[in-house]
Design a protein around this ligand. Structure first.
Ligand code: ZN
Length: 429
């Protein structure tokens, strides 16, 4: 893929990824088309030099790689890390109930969505059905695009002070989804999911269901400067990472892209960044415990996640010096409390990769009177001891149902990540 074509490709990725698993499936199909071989964690691996592979854990995390022309114990790995999940809502079990002659479905929060933005959207459903055949259970994903749910806001006449005092939401009482006034129940929702997944209702013994906004991603601004979409944090960086590995040059070093689920809920899951998923892949590539530790000591990770652009209408919320703007280029994130992994040498490393690819860099640091977010970077770096830098493209409305980013930043990030994976810049410390 040429970087000029990356935007239509990104938009179609965003539209086909209402869940982390759907995102991983979409990226795996791109890897399949580009000669990457799928490896199962439960099989024994026999992987040679300069080979393309990927492996998926629990449907929603993926590690893809191209082995180097030399053993990774000798050279280390060049790694991009990002997360596949995003804030939203999950359907609760036994969640349907009648309220004022309307059937509603109770939801649980996943991560930290900006709740007010989910109200008055035409919402739909995606997820997976656990299907039992004889005594074997398998997973059948589904995506529904028809707007079946609504979380209506109270009218201004009911909440007169809503604009002055802020939109306050009781997480339990105000979030159930309205979906029928004609007596439908959860089973009707399940039947729709079964039809979408093309499975028999009687074979379904479990499910996971996520609420999503099916409005397609769009290019916006009078001169097409912006991307408007849900899930920009962090599907844009997942897409950029995969584009970068496809564009990267043959190298003595092994190139890896590791995309984890569960970042929005703390990463402590079987396939989150706190799991041993990445470590186990590297250990298998290294082929021995000593080689594995040598590889970790020589590797470099770029942890890529959404960055806050300076908000023109809330400009006082930002550091007076570091004010990254949309379309101003990728952002290096700095935090003295180590919420980001960026160090003196890794910051210089990413900056040098950017200079080599002709891309401008911006910096982000929080105000001292505002808490700083974090990423998968410190988690994988703490686990493995791999040097790392935290970066991301500037965006607005992070964790809104509809976020906003700069269009030209995407190709810039792909270029810098490609330079990183290609191994032309190194750190000796
Ligand atoms: Zn993120």
């Amino acid at each position: 893929m040429k970087t000029e074509n990356c935007i239509p490709d990104l938009l179609s990725f965003l539209d086909s990824s209402p869940t982390a698993s759907a995102a991983v499936m979409h990226l795996a199909s791109i890897l399949d088309k580009n000669g990457f071989k799928r490896l199962e964690e439960g099989d024994s691996w026999n992987i040679g030099m300069n080979e393309r592979f990927y492996t998926i854990r629990s449907s929603s995390s993926i590690v893809a790689g191209i082995t180097g022309t030399e053993p990774c114990g000798t050279t280390g790995c060049r790694i991009i890390g990002a997360h596949t999940d995003f804030p939203g809502f999950r359907i609760k079990p036994q969640a349907d109930r009648k309220k004022e002659n309307t059937t509603v479905l109770g939801v649980e929060l996943y991560g930290s969505p900006i709740l007010a933005t989910w109200f008055d959207r035409d919402l739909s459903l995606a997820g997976a059905l656990a299907v039992r055949k004889d005594d074997t259970i398998s997973r059948k994903p589904f995506i529904i695009r028809k707007p079946i749910f609504r979380m209506p806001s109270p009218a201004i006449h009911i909440e007169r002070e809503i604009n002055k005092k802020g939109f306050k939401v009781n997480y339990e009482n105000n979030t159930p989804l309205l979906f029928s006034s004609s007596g439908a129940a959860f089973d009707d929702v399940l039947l729709l999911a079964c039809r979408s997944a093309e499975v028999d209702r009687d074979s379904v013994s479990g499910w996971s269901m996520e609420v999503w906004d099916p409005q397609p991603a769009a290019i916006g601004g009078i001169y097409d400067d912006f991307i408007f979409s849900g899930r920009l944090d962090n599907l844009t960086m997942c897409h950029a990472a995969i584009e970068a590995i496809l564009a990267s040059k043959e190298s003595s070093e092994t190139r890896l892209v590791s995309l984890f689920n569960s970042e929005e809920v703390g990463s402590k899951t079987l396939n989150g960044a706190a799991s041993a998923f990445l470590d186990s892949v590297i250990e298998r590539l290294a082929g021995g415990r000593d080689e594995y530790f040598r590889c970790l000591a020589k590797s470099i990770q770029v942890s890529a996640d959404g960055a806050h652009a300076v908000h023109p209408n809330y400009a006082d919320k930002h550091d007076p010096g570091c004010r990254p703007v949309l379309n101003g280029g990728p952002v290096i994130k700095v935090n003295a409390a180590e919420k980001y992994t960026t160090s003196d040498v890794t910051s210089a490393y990413f900056r040098t990769c950017a200079q080599r690819s002709g891309v401008d860099i911006q910096y982000f640091v929080s105000r001292n009177d505002m808490p700083c977010g974090s990423t998968i970077g410190p988690i994988t770096s703490t686990r493995t001891g791999i040097r790392s830098v935290d970066v991301g493209n500037p965006m607005l409305s992070m964790h809104s149902v509809r976020e906003m980013a700069g269009k030209s930043d995407h190709a810039c990030m792909i270029k810098v990540l490609t330079e990183h994976l290609s191994g032309s810049v190194s750190i000796r410390d």
